[in-house]
Design a protein around this ligand. Structure first.
Ligand code: ZN
Ligand code: ZN
Ligand code: FE
Length: 759
């Protein structure tokens, strides 16, 4: 290092900033920061970062470096700032130097971001040339992933190619100091997309103000399909019971809670409890749906979230949303799709698929090239939990601490996402959904191809689930590349290891509903000893017959019969006295003959059965509903739990779920209140977990535990498990970047395939 100059003389520094700093307005930010402090020098893009040369008084330079981190633009992710001294030169002013790579956008920054406060202020300023412009955006906000066809990110490679910039917009776009410098979707009233209103038949309605006309329809109780960032929403006035009922009837969605878009944080606070952490999530640039505890007697119609203690709330994230919210402080905003199908993306798609559902369509001529559903998050046990990782988050990469280059993971069957590896980074796709039909499979194929293209990786190795019949497995096989078939629950554990960059062995607890097991049965209550390459079963629930296979998932009462039949035979009938006589007889007959009764040890199924015995859920309308209901009524202060019967064969421990259920039955018949029983049931599952994990720790000497699988979306289970395992001196790892449910499985598949490849 050169000798320091005295504090009264100018110094010069070279500063290198590494991370996601290109395509996020970083250079204009550096320019404004440096000129504001009166510093001379320059900034330019270089490699995977920016290089800054800056000259001025020592104390001012220190302030400059501090504020580089503190005041960085919202979308920048700074991984490292390295500063070194250089020889001062004669220089005046600060400038942005152009390089060949300019305008290129790293895929890391290609997220869809909510309208920023600067743009909102302009949109609301009558003197601004973009006053009330429904497509206002800048370098810090607006769509990216959903409008990009391919990288490098240039206007001709986005769906903005149809809109040549006017002179005023071009001047902003080309000015390195402007906050719209190289913002590809930049536009205005003169040159941008335009809104249009279509009637229920998809015919254009002549309207001077389509937005106001849509607001009228909503205010009168109508249902409108509204084109958003990653697809269409179906919207209605959330405070109108009639409107919400109409939307539910037409969409054939009777029970699953609907998301609410609240005008602003105050509106959100009026219907739900919003702590500082929840507020930060609501207002984050990703703008996810945040699950919040609802306030009793709130203004929102009961039918929005029937018998639920939660509201899924989001704040407006596009200019169109903000403009609509001026008139309607609470809108139901639910993905516009028919059950099982992907969200509607094109105008024609929306009109044909939503015929009979929407009274009107608010559309525009900026195409959505990639579907992207709303993300869902919540605060749980003192941290954030991502329930669905999609718009706003995807495709930001996750560092997994291993070389995953060139690997494509095709994900599981439900809540499918795919992932592509480059270097040590894993690019997890947006939510694709349940692979139930050809349309979702096409969506999977398109997403895999596009993501690999954007990341700039030609897949050389493919990872998929071990289940031979998953449509994602079939897709993986069709690629004709070397294939790694990954056990489902090992993938859950490896996803948790990956996001925490853990290596070596851990104790993995994977509790979920369904996953293909090595013995051909359905697994899902797994305590595993695992590293990144291999996993070994340590404990699980004993197998239970599932009468009628998947029908037992839709009808949890059947699961109760299936679980109890092996120990009490036809007496199992008493578990579900509410069940139709003929149905119960048919189910018992199946069990008796052992026909169509596949075996499962899914923890989700035990929750289903317990919910059925307590009568809190007789039909499952959406995945996980019985468990959500059971948790909803559980009294966390209920003392006691039910006895756990543990057996062992071949070194693997098995816990008998049937005796737990029998105890639930007995208590119910003895008149113990359902909330007490539900509380004790949860404590029993916790007891199972605690006992198996501590024994695994004794057995192996391991002290790190990964909690994963959809069951850990249960707050009761997660909070207690973390507290009690930590009290045992164990280090507990849980998901915070990817969902614990199957939405995170592709990440684990990549981690395992990489470890296998290295071997
Ligand atoms: Zn903006
Ligand atoms: Zn313009
Ligand atoms: Fe799973």
């Amino acid at each position: 290092m050169p000798p320091r100059s005295p504090k009264t003389e100018p110094r010069r520094m070279k500063v290198r900033v590494i991370g996601t700093v290109q395509g996020v307005g970083f250079r204009p930010f550096v320019y404004r920061l440096a000129t504001g402090l009166g510093l001379a020098g320059s900034v330019r893009n270089a490699g995977s970062g920016v290089e800054i040369e800056v000259q001025g008084m020592p104390d001012v330079l220190d302030r400059f470096v501090d504020r580089l981190r503190q005041d960085a633009p919202p979308l920048a992710r700074i991984r490292q700032v390295a500063a070194r001294h250089a020889k001062p030169v004669a220089e005046d002013g600060f400038r942005i130097e152009m390089t060949d790579e300019d305008g290129e956008l790293e895929v890391d920054a290609a997220r869809d971001i909510a309208t920023c406060t600067d743009c909102l202020a302009e949109m609301r300023d009558p003197a601004d040339r973009r006053y009330r412009h429904p497509f206002i955006n800048c370098t810090n906000c607006g769509p990216r992933y959903t409008i990009i066809e391919r990288l490098p990110y240039d206007r001709p490679d986005t769906s903005m190619r149809a809109f040549p910039m006017c002179e005023a917009c071009r001047a902003e776009y080309e000015d390195p100091a402007d906050r719209r410098f190289h913002a590809q979707p930049v536009c205005c009233h003169d040159c941008g997309p335009t809104l249009e209103l279509l009637d229920a038949e998809g015919q254009r309605v002549d309207s001077p103000d389509p937005l106001a006309a849509t607001a009228d329809i909503l205010a009168e109780g109508g249902v409108a399909a509204i084109k958003g960032i990653g697809g269409f929403h179906l919207a209605c006035d959330a405070t109108s019971p009639d409107a919400v009922r109409r939307l539910r009837e037409r969409k054939h969605r009777e029970q699953k809670p609907l998301a609410v878009m609240a005008r602003d944080p105050d509106a959100a606070r009026a219907i739900a409890t919003v702590g500082p952490e929840e507020l930060a999530l609501l207002e984050s640039p990703e703008r996810p749906i945040v699950l919040l505890s609802r306030r009793a007697g709130d203004i929102v119609a009961d039918a929005v979230a029937p018998r639920s203690q939660f509201h899924g709330v989001m704040l407006p994230y596009t200019p169109i949303h903000h403009l609509l919210a001026e008139r309607l402080p609470y809108l139901v905003m639910t993905s516009a799709n028919r059950t099982e199908e992907p969200i509607a993306r094109t105008n024609d798609d929306a009109v044909s698929k939503l015929a009979g559902i929407a009274d009107a369509f608010l559309v525009h001529d900026r195409a959505i090239l990639t579907r992207n559903d709303d993300s869902v998050v919540r605060r749980l046990a003192g941290d954030v939990m991502v329930v669905r990782r999609s718009r706003g988050y995807a495709p930001e990469p996750i560092a997994v601490g291993a070389d995953v280059d060139g690997i494509l993971a095709c994900g599981p069957m439900l809540k499918n996402t795919v992932a592509v590896g480059r270097g040590e980074l894993c690019y997890l796709s947006q939510h694709i959904g349940d692979l139930a039909n050809p349309a979702t499979v096409r969506s999977l194929e398109a997403t895999a191809a596009k993501l690999a293209g954007m990341v700039g990786v030609e897949p050389r190795l493919v990872a998929c689930d071990r289940h031979p019949d998953y449509l994602s497995t079939r897709f993986a096989e069709s690629l004709g590349l070397p294939l790694v078939r990954v056990p489902h629950h090992h993938a859950h554990v490896a996803a948790c290891m990956g996001e925490h960059e853990l290596t070596g062995q851990v104790i993995g607890v994977a509790f979920d509903g369904t996953g293909y097991g090595d013995d051909g049965h359905t697994w899902g209550s797994e305590v595993l000893i695992a590293d990144r390459a291999e996993s070994e079963r340590f404990a699980h629930l004993a197998y239970m017959p599932m009468p009628g296979g998947d029908a037992a998932v839709r009808h949890p009462g059947r699961m109760a019969l299936g679980a109890l039949f092996p120990i009490i035979g036809a007496d199992a009938r008493r578990a579900v006295p509410w069940m139709d006589e003929a149905e119960a007889d048919a189910v018992l007959e199946l069990l008796d003959r052992g026909v169509n009764t596949p075996l499962t040890c899914g923890m989700g199924r035990l929750f289903d059965a317990a919910a059925a015995v307590l009568g809190v859920c007789r039909e499952t309308a959406y995945e996980g509903q019985p468990a959500i209901k059971l948790e909803g009524i559980a009294d966390p202060t209920a003392e006691g739990s039910y006895p756990i019967e543990l057996s062992e064969s071949g070194g693997v421990r098995q816990i008998d779920g049937a005796t737990i259920l029998a105890a639930v039955c007995d208590e119910r018949d003895a008149g113990v209140p359902a909330p007490t029983i539900a509380g004790r049931f949860h404590s029993t599952v916790l007891g199972f977990l605690l006992e198996c994990v501590t024994e695994a720790a004794r057995h192996t000497g391991l002290d790190r535990v990964c909690l994963t699988g959809g069951c850990f979306q249960n707050a009761f289970l997660l909070e207690q498990a973390v507290a009690r395992l930590e009290a045992e001196g164990l280090s507990v790892f849980r998901h915070r970047l990817v969902p614990p449910n199957d939405g995170g499985v592709a990440l684990g598949q990549i981690v395992i395939a990489a470890a296998k490849r290295r071997e």
